[in-house]
Design a protein around this ligand. Structure first.
Ligand code: ZN
Ligand code: ZN
Length: 144
């Protein structure tokens, strides 16, 4: 796996953007957590390394990382965004009862969707499949 610092530095420089300690730490922490996190969770984890980081800064950094295709923003039930450090391509299952988001390891070819969107003049930045429903834990709870 490529060093997160080097990867982020390269991506920022390609765009002529500044490499700041905050950006490096945000991405490093995300990669270390290696799971879906909210901006608040990332802020808490970052606070151990770098004091006085404000939540709007964390959101701005996450937006930037998404633009650089280093994290993926996942739509959730309540509207709280969850961020996913890019791993192997995967999709998500979303529980509409408890809000849990699980990875779904599956290979889907979304190129026809992308092509159709492009044909309308739209510029797709990302495609995802979200399976909505009831997770196993909630399913068991309602069964008992
Ligand atoms: Zn659930
Ligand atoms: Zn995921």
């Amino acid at each position: 796996m490529q060093d997160p610092d080097i990867l982020l530095t390269e991506r920022l420089r390609e765009r002529g953007l500044r490499v700041t300690p905050q950006r490096l730490i945000a991405y490093r922490v995300l990669r270390r957590l290696n799971r879906h996190v909210t901006a608040e969770e990332l802020l808490t984890a970052m606070a151990e390394r770098i004091p006085n980081v404000a939540l709007p800064t964390v959101y701005a950094t996450l937006d930037l990382l998404e633009e650089l295709h280093l994290v993926r923003r996942i739509a959730t039930v309540g509207g709280t965004a969850v961020y996913d450090p890019m791993k192997e391509p995967h999709q998500h299952m979303l529980c509409t009862r408890c809000g849990a988001i699980d990875d779904l390891a599956v290979n889907v070819d979304l190129s026809t969707v992308q092509a159709a969107a492009t044909a309308t003049g739209f510029q797709p930045a990302g495609l995802e499949v979200v399976v909505r429903g009831i997770c196993q834990t909630c399913g068991r709870r309602s069964a008992s």
